[in-house]
Ligand binder design. Structure first.
Ligand code: MEV
Length: 440
Protein backbone atom coordinates (compact mmCIF):
# COMPACT_ATOMS: atom_id res chain seq x y z
CA UNK A 1 0.00 0.00 0.00
CA UNK A 2 1.22 3.50 -0.80
CA UNK A 3 1.49 6.12 1.93
CA UNK A 4 1.55 8.99 -0.54
CA UNK A 5 -1.32 11.43 -1.01
CA UNK A 6 -2.29 13.47 -4.06
CA UNK A 7 -0.17 16.63 -3.99
CA UNK A 8 -0.30 20.07 -5.51
CA UNK A 9 2.83 22.05 -6.26
CA UNK A 10 5.36 19.30 -5.48
CA UNK A 11 7.68 20.63 -8.15
CA UNK A 12 7.78 24.02 -6.40
CA UNK A 13 9.23 22.56 -3.18
CA UNK A 14 12.92 22.90 -2.45
CA UNK A 15 15.16 19.89 -3.08
CA UNK A 16 15.40 19.22 0.66
CA UNK A 17 11.61 19.40 1.06
CA UNK A 18 11.08 16.98 -1.81
CA UNK A 19 13.55 14.52 -0.31
CA UNK A 20 11.90 14.72 3.10
CA UNK A 21 8.42 14.31 1.69
CA UNK A 22 9.32 11.26 -0.39
CA UNK A 23 11.23 9.62 2.45
CA UNK A 24 8.49 10.34 5.01
CA UNK A 25 6.08 8.21 2.95
CA UNK A 26 8.19 5.06 3.37
CA UNK A 27 7.30 2.41 5.95
CA UNK A 28 10.96 1.88 6.63
CA UNK A 29 12.74 5.14 5.93
CA UNK A 30 15.86 4.43 8.00
CA UNK A 31 18.47 4.59 5.23
CA UNK A 32 16.44 6.09 2.37
CA UNK A 33 17.69 9.64 2.82
CA UNK A 34 21.31 8.58 3.14
CA UNK A 35 20.97 6.30 0.09
CA UNK A 36 19.59 9.15 -2.00
CA UNK A 37 22.22 11.58 -0.73
CA UNK A 38 25.06 9.14 -1.17
CA UNK A 39 24.60 9.36 -4.94
CA UNK A 40 24.70 13.16 -5.03
CA UNK A 41 27.71 14.51 -6.86
CA UNK A 42 30.24 16.05 -4.44
CA UNK A 43 30.69 19.05 -6.72
CA UNK A 44 27.61 21.27 -6.24
CA UNK A 45 27.83 22.77 -9.72
CA UNK A 46 27.91 19.34 -11.36
CA UNK A 47 24.99 18.18 -9.23
CA UNK A 48 23.03 21.25 -10.25
CA UNK A 49 23.70 20.47 -13.92
CA UNK A 50 22.60 16.85 -13.46
CA UNK A 51 19.52 17.81 -11.43
CA UNK A 52 18.44 20.32 -14.04
CA UNK A 53 18.17 17.64 -16.75
CA UNK A 54 14.82 16.64 -15.31
CA UNK A 55 12.18 17.73 -12.83
CA UNK A 56 11.84 16.59 -9.22
CA UNK A 57 15.35 15.13 -9.19
CA UNK A 58 16.09 13.43 -5.88
CA UNK A 59 19.42 11.83 -6.65
CA UNK A 60 21.47 10.36 -9.49
CA UNK A 61 20.79 6.84 -10.70
CA UNK A 62 24.13 5.14 -11.22
CA UNK A 63 24.76 2.63 -13.99
CA UNK A 64 28.13 1.17 -14.98
CA UNK A 65 30.05 3.31 -17.46
CA UNK A 66 32.55 1.00 -19.15
CA UNK A 67 34.47 0.58 -22.36
CA UNK A 68 34.79 -2.15 -24.97
CA UNK A 69 38.26 -1.96 -26.52
CA UNK A 70 39.52 -3.23 -29.88
CA UNK A 71 36.77 -1.97 -32.15
CA UNK A 72 38.44 -1.69 -35.55
CA UNK A 73 36.02 0.30 -37.71
CA UNK A 74 37.00 1.39 -41.23
CA UNK A 75 40.63 0.81 -40.29
CA UNK A 76 40.51 3.01 -37.16
CA UNK A 77 40.75 1.62 -33.63
CA UNK A 78 38.10 2.74 -31.15
CA UNK A 79 37.69 2.25 -27.43
CA UNK A 80 33.89 2.23 -27.23
CA UNK A 81 32.19 3.67 -24.12
CA UNK A 82 29.11 1.75 -23.02
CA UNK A 83 26.57 2.38 -20.28
CA UNK A 84 24.65 -0.78 -19.42
CA UNK A 85 23.51 -2.76 -16.41
CA UNK A 86 23.48 -6.21 -18.04
CA UNK A 87 26.60 -8.03 -16.89
CA UNK A 88 27.63 -9.78 -20.10
CA UNK A 89 27.09 -7.04 -22.70
CA UNK A 90 30.43 -5.20 -22.51
CA UNK A 91 32.31 -8.50 -22.28
CA UNK A 92 30.43 -9.83 -25.33
CA UNK A 93 31.05 -6.63 -27.32
CA UNK A 94 34.75 -6.68 -26.44
CA UNK A 95 35.12 -10.33 -27.33
CA UNK A 96 33.36 -9.91 -30.70
CA UNK A 97 35.33 -6.73 -31.43
CA UNK A 98 38.64 -8.55 -30.85
CA UNK A 99 37.46 -11.53 -32.89
CA UNK A 100 36.69 -9.29 -35.87
CA UNK A 101 39.70 -7.01 -35.39
CA UNK A 102 41.79 -10.09 -36.14
CA UNK A 103 39.77 -10.58 -39.35
CA UNK A 104 39.82 -7.07 -40.84
CA UNK A 105 37.40 -5.32 -38.49
CA UNK A 106 34.11 -3.62 -39.24
CA UNK A 107 33.28 -1.81 -42.46
CA UNK A 108 30.71 0.89 -41.89
CA UNK A 109 28.98 3.62 -43.81
CA UNK A 110 26.47 6.28 -42.79
CA UNK A 111 24.54 6.20 -46.03
CA UNK A 112 21.97 8.94 -45.47
CA UNK A 113 21.43 11.42 -42.66
CA UNK A 114 18.02 12.93 -43.23
CA UNK A 115 15.87 13.63 -40.18
CA UNK A 116 12.15 14.17 -40.42
CA UNK A 117 9.53 16.54 -39.03
CA UNK A 118 5.83 16.76 -39.71
CA UNK A 119 3.16 19.38 -39.51
CA UNK A 120 -0.19 17.60 -39.22
CA UNK A 121 -3.20 19.71 -40.14
CA UNK A 122 -6.80 19.65 -41.29
CA UNK A 123 -7.58 21.45 -44.53
CA UNK A 124 -11.18 22.08 -45.55
CA UNK A 125 -10.59 24.30 -48.60
CA UNK A 126 -10.06 23.43 -52.26
CA UNK A 127 -7.57 20.53 -52.45
CA UNK A 128 -6.56 21.25 -56.05
CA UNK A 129 -5.81 24.87 -55.26
CA UNK A 130 -3.75 23.75 -52.32
CA UNK A 131 -1.58 21.48 -54.47
CA UNK A 132 -1.28 24.19 -57.16
CA UNK A 133 0.06 26.47 -54.43
CA UNK A 134 2.47 23.84 -53.03
CA UNK A 135 5.65 25.31 -54.53
CA UNK A 136 4.69 28.85 -53.48
CA UNK A 137 3.85 27.65 -49.96
CA UNK A 138 7.20 25.86 -49.63
CA UNK A 139 9.07 28.98 -50.78
CA UNK A 140 7.07 31.12 -48.37
CA UNK A 141 7.82 28.77 -45.46
CA UNK A 142 11.54 28.48 -46.22
CA UNK A 143 11.77 32.26 -46.45
CA UNK A 144 9.82 32.71 -43.22
CA UNK A 145 12.19 30.55 -41.13
CA UNK A 146 15.46 31.99 -42.51
CA UNK A 147 16.36 33.36 -39.09
CA UNK A 148 15.95 30.01 -37.34
CA UNK A 149 17.78 28.04 -40.03
CA UNK A 150 20.64 30.49 -40.73
CA UNK A 151 23.06 28.96 -38.20
CA UNK A 152 22.27 25.40 -39.24
CA UNK A 153 22.77 26.38 -42.89
CA UNK A 154 26.12 27.94 -42.03
CA UNK A 155 27.13 24.53 -40.62
CA UNK A 156 26.09 22.83 -43.85
CA UNK A 157 22.62 21.68 -42.82
CA UNK A 158 19.07 23.00 -42.92
CA UNK A 159 15.82 22.07 -44.57
CA UNK A 160 16.32 19.47 -47.31
CA UNK A 161 12.82 19.13 -48.67
CA UNK A 162 9.19 19.96 -47.92
CA UNK A 163 6.41 17.78 -49.23
CA UNK A 164 2.69 18.33 -49.02
CA UNK A 165 0.81 15.06 -48.42
CA UNK A 166 -2.89 14.39 -48.71
CA UNK A 167 -4.05 11.76 -46.20
CA UNK A 168 -7.71 12.70 -46.39
CA UNK A 169 -8.56 9.17 -47.54
CA UNK A 170 -7.42 7.88 -44.16
CA UNK A 171 -8.82 10.68 -41.98
CA UNK A 172 -11.26 13.36 -43.23
CA UNK A 173 -9.43 16.57 -44.22
CA UNK A 174 -6.09 15.29 -42.91
CA UNK A 175 -3.02 16.74 -44.66
CA UNK A 176 0.64 16.91 -43.78
CA UNK A 177 3.75 18.87 -44.44
CA UNK A 178 6.50 16.26 -44.38
CA UNK A 179 9.86 17.96 -43.96
CA UNK A 180 13.35 16.52 -44.36
CA UNK A 181 16.20 18.11 -42.38
CA UNK A 182 19.94 17.80 -42.24
CA UNK A 183 20.99 18.70 -38.70
CA UNK A 184 24.69 17.89 -39.35
CA UNK A 185 26.23 16.87 -35.99
CA UNK A 186 23.32 17.97 -33.82
CA UNK A 187 20.50 15.68 -32.72
CA UNK A 188 18.43 18.62 -33.82
CA UNK A 189 15.15 17.86 -32.03
CA UNK A 190 14.69 21.42 -30.75
CA UNK A 191 15.75 22.91 -34.06
CA UNK A 192 13.30 20.74 -36.00
CA UNK A 193 10.42 21.40 -33.63
CA UNK A 194 11.09 25.16 -33.65
CA UNK A 195 11.06 25.25 -37.45
CA UNK A 196 7.84 23.24 -37.55
CA UNK A 197 6.09 25.46 -35.03
CA UNK A 198 7.10 28.50 -37.04
CA UNK A 199 5.74 26.77 -40.14
CA UNK A 200 2.43 26.41 -38.32
CA UNK A 201 1.98 30.12 -37.77
CA UNK A 202 3.37 30.98 -41.21
CA UNK A 203 0.93 28.62 -42.87
CA UNK A 204 -1.94 30.19 -40.92
CA UNK A 205 -0.85 33.62 -42.20
CA UNK A 206 -0.55 32.29 -45.73
CA UNK A 207 -4.12 30.97 -45.82
CA UNK A 208 -5.44 34.14 -44.20
CA UNK A 209 -3.83 36.49 -46.70
CA UNK A 210 -3.81 34.52 -49.96
CA UNK A 211 -6.74 34.88 -52.35
CA UNK A 212 -8.52 31.57 -52.92
CA UNK A 213 -8.02 30.44 -49.30
CA UNK A 214 -9.54 31.49 -45.99
CA UNK A 215 -8.27 31.31 -42.45
CA UNK A 216 -11.00 28.74 -41.67
CA UNK A 217 -9.64 26.32 -44.30
CA UNK A 218 -6.72 25.48 -42.03
CA UNK A 219 -6.64 23.85 -38.60
CA UNK A 220 -3.14 22.98 -37.40
CA UNK A 221 -3.06 19.88 -35.21
CA UNK A 222 0.53 19.02 -34.29
CA UNK A 223 4.02 20.03 -35.25
CA UNK A 224 6.65 17.50 -34.19
CA UNK A 225 9.67 15.61 -35.44
CA UNK A 226 9.29 11.97 -36.34
CA UNK A 227 11.44 9.32 -34.73
CA UNK A 228 11.04 7.18 -37.83
CA UNK A 229 14.12 8.09 -39.86
CA UNK A 230 14.50 5.55 -42.68
CA UNK A 231 16.68 8.08 -44.51
CA UNK A 232 19.12 8.37 -41.62
CA UNK A 233 20.68 4.98 -42.24
CA UNK A 234 23.88 3.28 -41.29
CA UNK A 235 25.23 -0.05 -42.50
CA UNK A 236 28.00 -2.05 -40.88
CA UNK A 237 29.42 -5.41 -41.76
CA UNK A 238 32.10 -7.92 -40.88
CA UNK A 239 33.32 -10.76 -43.01
CA UNK A 240 36.03 -13.28 -43.65
CA UNK A 241 36.89 -16.38 -45.54
CA UNK A 242 35.57 -19.52 -43.85
CA UNK A 243 39.13 -20.73 -43.29
CA UNK A 244 39.85 -17.67 -41.17
CA UNK A 245 37.18 -18.69 -38.66
CA UNK A 246 39.10 -21.58 -37.19
CA UNK A 247 37.14 -23.53 -34.60
CA UNK A 248 34.32 -21.55 -32.98
CA UNK A 249 32.75 -22.79 -29.76
CA UNK A 250 33.98 -26.30 -30.59
CA UNK A 251 32.50 -26.22 -34.10
CA UNK A 252 34.31 -26.31 -37.42
CA UNK A 253 33.87 -23.16 -39.53
CA UNK A 254 31.42 -24.69 -42.02
CA UNK A 255 29.28 -26.16 -39.24
CA UNK A 256 29.42 -22.95 -37.24
CA UNK A 257 28.41 -20.72 -40.16
CA UNK A 258 25.62 -23.12 -41.18
CA UNK A 259 24.11 -22.95 -37.70
CA UNK A 260 24.76 -19.20 -37.41
CA UNK A 261 22.99 -18.50 -40.71
CA UNK A 262 20.04 -20.65 -39.69
CA UNK A 263 19.76 -18.57 -36.53
CA UNK A 264 19.68 -15.31 -38.52
CA UNK A 265 17.21 -16.84 -40.96
CA UNK A 266 14.87 -17.76 -38.11
CA UNK A 267 14.96 -14.11 -36.98
CA UNK A 268 13.86 -13.12 -40.48
CA UNK A 269 10.73 -15.28 -40.40
CA UNK A 270 9.66 -15.53 -36.75
CA UNK A 271 8.61 -12.38 -34.90
CA UNK A 272 9.25 -13.83 -31.42
CA UNK A 273 12.82 -14.65 -32.33
CA UNK A 274 13.27 -11.42 -34.34
CA UNK A 275 12.37 -9.33 -31.30
CA UNK A 276 14.96 -11.03 -29.09
CA UNK A 277 17.54 -11.05 -31.89
CA UNK A 278 17.11 -7.28 -32.35
CA UNK A 279 17.14 -6.79 -28.58
CA UNK A 280 20.60 -8.35 -28.65
CA UNK A 281 21.64 -5.76 -31.27
CA UNK A 282 20.21 -2.95 -29.15
CA UNK A 283 22.18 -4.20 -26.12
CA UNK A 284 25.28 -2.86 -27.83
CA UNK A 285 23.80 0.09 -29.70
CA UNK A 286 21.78 1.47 -26.76
CA UNK A 287 24.78 1.22 -24.46
CA UNK A 288 26.73 3.55 -26.79
CA UNK A 289 23.70 5.79 -27.32
CA UNK A 290 23.32 6.16 -23.54
CA UNK A 291 27.03 6.67 -22.90
CA UNK A 292 27.15 9.51 -25.42
CA UNK A 293 24.10 11.31 -24.03
CA UNK A 294 21.82 10.47 -26.94
CA UNK A 295 18.11 9.68 -26.76
CA UNK A 296 17.84 5.89 -26.62
CA UNK A 297 14.01 5.93 -26.67
CA UNK A 298 14.08 7.79 -29.97
CA UNK A 299 16.62 5.36 -31.39
CA UNK A 300 14.70 2.31 -30.14
CA UNK A 301 11.39 3.56 -31.58
CA UNK A 302 12.97 4.28 -34.97
CA UNK A 303 14.92 1.04 -35.15
CA UNK A 304 11.93 -1.20 -34.38
CA UNK A 305 9.69 0.67 -36.83
CA UNK A 306 12.40 0.09 -39.46
CA UNK A 307 12.57 -3.61 -38.57
CA UNK A 308 8.83 -3.80 -39.35
CA UNK A 309 8.93 -1.78 -42.58
CA UNK A 310 7.99 -4.75 -44.79
CA UNK A 311 4.83 -5.31 -42.75
CA UNK A 312 6.49 -8.05 -40.73
CA UNK A 313 8.91 -7.38 -37.90
CA UNK A 314 12.24 -8.94 -38.92
CA UNK A 315 15.89 -9.23 -38.04
CA UNK A 316 17.88 -6.05 -38.66
CA UNK A 317 20.99 -8.06 -39.45
CA UNK A 318 21.65 -10.58 -42.19
CA UNK A 319 24.24 -13.26 -42.85
CA UNK A 320 25.47 -14.43 -46.23
CA UNK A 321 27.87 -17.08 -47.44
CA UNK A 322 29.14 -16.92 -50.99
CA UNK A 323 32.10 -18.81 -52.44
CA UNK A 324 33.41 -19.57 -48.97
CA UNK A 325 33.18 -15.91 -47.97
CA UNK A 326 31.06 -15.17 -44.89
CA UNK A 327 29.49 -11.72 -44.42
CA UNK A 328 27.41 -10.54 -41.48
CA UNK A 329 25.82 -7.12 -41.79
CA UNK A 330 23.40 -4.77 -40.12
CA UNK A 331 21.39 -1.87 -41.46
CA UNK A 332 19.58 0.45 -39.09
CA UNK A 333 18.35 4.03 -38.83
CA UNK A 334 20.21 5.93 -36.11
CA UNK A 335 19.32 9.58 -35.60
CA UNK A 336 22.04 10.73 -33.21
CA UNK A 337 24.05 13.81 -32.43
CA UNK A 338 27.45 14.71 -31.07
CA UNK A 339 26.65 18.37 -30.44
CA UNK A 340 24.04 19.98 -28.23
CA UNK A 341 21.54 18.32 -25.93
CA UNK A 342 23.10 16.25 -23.18
CA UNK A 343 26.13 15.34 -25.30
CA UNK A 344 28.25 18.12 -23.83
CA UNK A 345 26.31 18.96 -20.65
CA UNK A 346 26.61 15.54 -19.05
CA UNK A 347 30.25 15.27 -17.94
CA UNK A 348 30.40 11.54 -18.69
CA UNK A 349 28.69 11.90 -22.07
CA UNK A 350 31.24 14.57 -22.97
CA UNK A 351 34.02 12.26 -21.81
CA UNK A 352 32.58 9.33 -23.77
CA UNK A 353 32.71 11.46 -26.92
CA UNK A 354 36.27 12.44 -26.09
CA UNK A 355 37.23 8.76 -25.71
CA UNK A 356 35.78 8.24 -29.18
CA UNK A 357 37.92 11.10 -30.52
CA UNK A 358 35.01 13.59 -30.72
CA UNK A 359 33.32 11.91 -33.67
CA UNK A 360 30.90 13.50 -36.10
CA UNK A 361 27.30 12.31 -35.91
CA UNK A 362 27.94 10.08 -38.94
CA UNK A 363 30.94 8.49 -37.25
CA UNK A 364 28.93 7.92 -34.07
CA UNK A 365 26.22 6.21 -36.13
CA UNK A 366 28.86 3.80 -37.42
CA UNK A 367 30.32 3.14 -33.97
CA UNK A 368 26.91 2.53 -32.35
CA UNK A 369 25.92 0.22 -35.20
CA UNK A 370 29.22 -1.67 -34.93
CA UNK A 371 28.56 -2.20 -31.21
CA UNK A 372 25.12 -3.54 -32.14
CA UNK A 373 26.54 -5.95 -34.71
CA UNK A 374 29.26 -7.05 -32.27
CA UNK A 375 26.73 -7.90 -29.57
CA UNK A 376 24.47 -9.62 -32.10
CA UNK A 377 27.41 -11.72 -33.33
CA UNK A 378 28.48 -12.62 -29.79
CA UNK A 379 24.95 -13.62 -28.78
CA UNK A 380 24.41 -15.82 -31.86
CA UNK A 381 27.87 -17.33 -31.53
CA UNK A 382 27.00 -18.46 -28.00
CA UNK A 383 23.45 -19.49 -28.85
CA UNK A 384 24.44 -21.83 -31.69
CA UNK A 385 27.43 -23.30 -29.86
CA UNK A 386 27.67 -23.46 -26.06
CA UNK A 387 24.31 -21.81 -25.26
CA UNK A 388 23.99 -18.40 -23.71
CA UNK A 389 23.77 -19.31 -20.04
CA UNK A 390 27.31 -20.47 -19.33
CA UNK A 391 28.89 -17.13 -20.31
CA UNK A 392 26.01 -15.08 -18.97
CA UNK A 393 25.95 -16.80 -15.58
CA UNK A 394 29.74 -16.62 -15.31
CA UNK A 395 29.50 -12.84 -15.63
CA UNK A 396 26.47 -12.74 -13.34
CA UNK A 397 28.04 -14.90 -10.60
CA UNK A 398 29.45 -11.96 -8.56
CA UNK A 399 25.98 -10.31 -8.63
CA UNK A 400 24.34 -13.47 -7.30
CA UNK A 401 27.02 -13.74 -4.60
CA UNK A 402 26.38 -10.14 -3.58
CA UNK A 403 22.71 -10.99 -3.03
CA UNK A 404 24.05 -13.16 -0.18
CA UNK A 405 26.23 -10.28 1.08
CA UNK A 406 29.31 -12.22 0.01
CA UNK A 407 32.72 -10.76 0.80
CA UNK A 408 35.29 -10.20 -1.99
CA UNK A 409 37.12 -13.30 -0.77
CA UNK A 410 33.95 -15.42 -0.95
CA UNK A 411 33.29 -14.10 -4.47
CA UNK A 412 36.80 -15.06 -5.53
CA UNK A 413 36.34 -18.56 -4.09
CA UNK A 414 33.04 -18.88 -5.97
CA UNK A 415 34.69 -17.86 -9.25
CA UNK A 416 37.38 -20.54 -8.77
CA UNK A 417 34.85 -23.16 -7.69
CA UNK A 418 32.46 -22.58 -10.60
CA UNK A 419 35.14 -22.44 -13.33
CA UNK A 420 33.87 -24.87 -15.99
CA UNK A 421 30.79 -25.79 -13.92
CA UNK A 422 27.10 -25.00 -14.43
CA UNK A 423 25.97 -21.95 -12.46
CA UNK A 424 22.44 -21.47 -11.17
CA UNK A 425 20.95 -19.51 -8.28
CA UNK A 426 20.41 -22.82 -6.49
CA UNK A 427 23.99 -24.04 -6.99
CA UNK A 428 25.38 -20.70 -5.80
CA UNK A 429 23.19 -20.80 -2.68
CA UNK A 430 24.36 -24.33 -1.92
CA UNK A 431 27.97 -23.25 -2.48
CA UNK A 432 27.75 -20.28 -0.14
CA UNK A 433 25.93 -22.26 2.57
CA UNK A 434 28.60 -24.98 2.43
CA UNK A 435 31.36 -22.40 2.48
CA UNK A 436 29.96 -20.62 5.49
CA UNK A 437 29.12 -23.84 7.38
CA UNK A 438 32.67 -25.04 6.84
CA UNK A 439 33.97 -21.90 8.53
CA UNK A 440 31.96 -22.56 11.72
C1 MEV B 1 20.15 -10.90 -23.94
O1 MEV B 1 20.24 -9.62 -23.40
C2 MEV B 1 20.26 -10.84 -25.45
C3 MEV B 1 20.04 -12.16 -26.17
O2 MEV B 1 18.80 -12.75 -25.79
C4 MEV B 1 20.06 -11.86 -27.65
C5 MEV B 1 19.71 -13.04 -28.52
O3 MEV B 1 18.99 -13.95 -28.07
O4 MEV B 1 20.11 -12.99 -29.71
C6 MEV B 1 21.12 -13.16 -25.80
Amino acid sequence: MSNYKLLKGFSKLTDAEKLRLVVSGLDDSSDALSTLKSFHHPDRAVQQTLSAFSENTLSNYALPFGVAPNFLINGKVYMVPMVIEESSVVAAASSAASFWAARGGFEAEAQKVEKVGQLHFLFKGDRDKLFLAEAAICRYLREGVRQITARMEARGGGILNIELKDHSEKIDHYFQLHVGFDTVDAMGANYINSVLEEFTSLLGDYFEHTPGFTQDDFEPLMAILSNYTPNCLVTVSVGCNLEEFGVVGGLRADEFTRRFMQAVHIAEVDVYRATTHNKGIMNGTDAVILATGNDFRAVEAGVHAYAARSGQYRSLSKAELENGQFRFSLEMPLAVGTLGGLTRLHPLAALALKILGNPSAKELMMIAAAAGLANNFAALRSLVTTGIQSGHMKMHLPNIMRQYQASPDEIQQAISFFAGKKISHQSVETFINNLRNRKH
